[in-house]
Design a protein around this ligand. Structure first.
Ligand code: FES
Ligand code: FES
Length: 167
């Protein structure tokens, strides 16, 4: 069956981009196959594993469950927009330092869920972290180190904010 495509405009990692998309195309497919941002992983494709998590208009979403067409005019952030090798985001630092990464397949999704959490709630409780990451599965780490890494990132962000306020 032939589907008509339409052109959408999104702000992707801070840059305006246009894509012709068909109605059945997911945001995950657009990111990986058209924008070549393969840091966002495809796991289950069913909204169960969280490997495909990106931030859409400030909220963490499973990009495999969002149609690209729905994103017209939206702001989308992927792991490629979070830090650089030279200047990693605090979450990337704490995940690496505290051993919250093993195979790394779940890590981009974990970081995006955690980033969305810290932007909405800079001082999360343990329960807040567990709730925010409840849709992200990890086969390797046992979750404790991931939770510790998010808590430590929150602590470092708060300390940096205090330091700025005291200057
Ligand atoms: Fe999207 Fe698993 S690939 S939730
Ligand atoms: Fe391997 Fe999480 S580090 S799935």
């Amino acid at each position: 069956m032939q589907y008509d495509s339409c052109v959408i405009s999104i702000t992707l990692n801070g840059k305006r981009r246009e894509f012709a998309v068909n109605p059945r195309e997911t945001l995950l497919s657009l990111l990986r196959n058209r924008a070549h941002l393969t840091g966002t992983k495809q796991g289950c494709g069913l909204g169960e594993c969280g490997a495909c998590t990106v931030i859409l208009n400030g909220r963490a979403v499973n990009s495999c469950c969002v149609f690209a067409e729905q994103c017209d005019g939206a702001e989308v952030e992927t792991i490629e927009g979070v830090g650089t090798p030279e200047r990693p985001h605090v979450l990337q630092q704490t995940f690496a330092e505290l051993g919250a990464i093993q195979c790394g397949f779940c890590t981009p999704g974990m970081i995006m869920s955690a980033k969305a959490l810290l932007e909405q709630n800079p001082s999360p409780t343990r329960n807040d972290i567990l709730t925010a990451l409840s849709g992200n599965l990890c086969r390797c780490t046992g979750y404790a180190k991931i939770e510790q890494a998010v808590m430590e990132a929150a602590r470092r962000r708060a300390a940096a904010a205090n330091e700025r306020n005291c200057r």
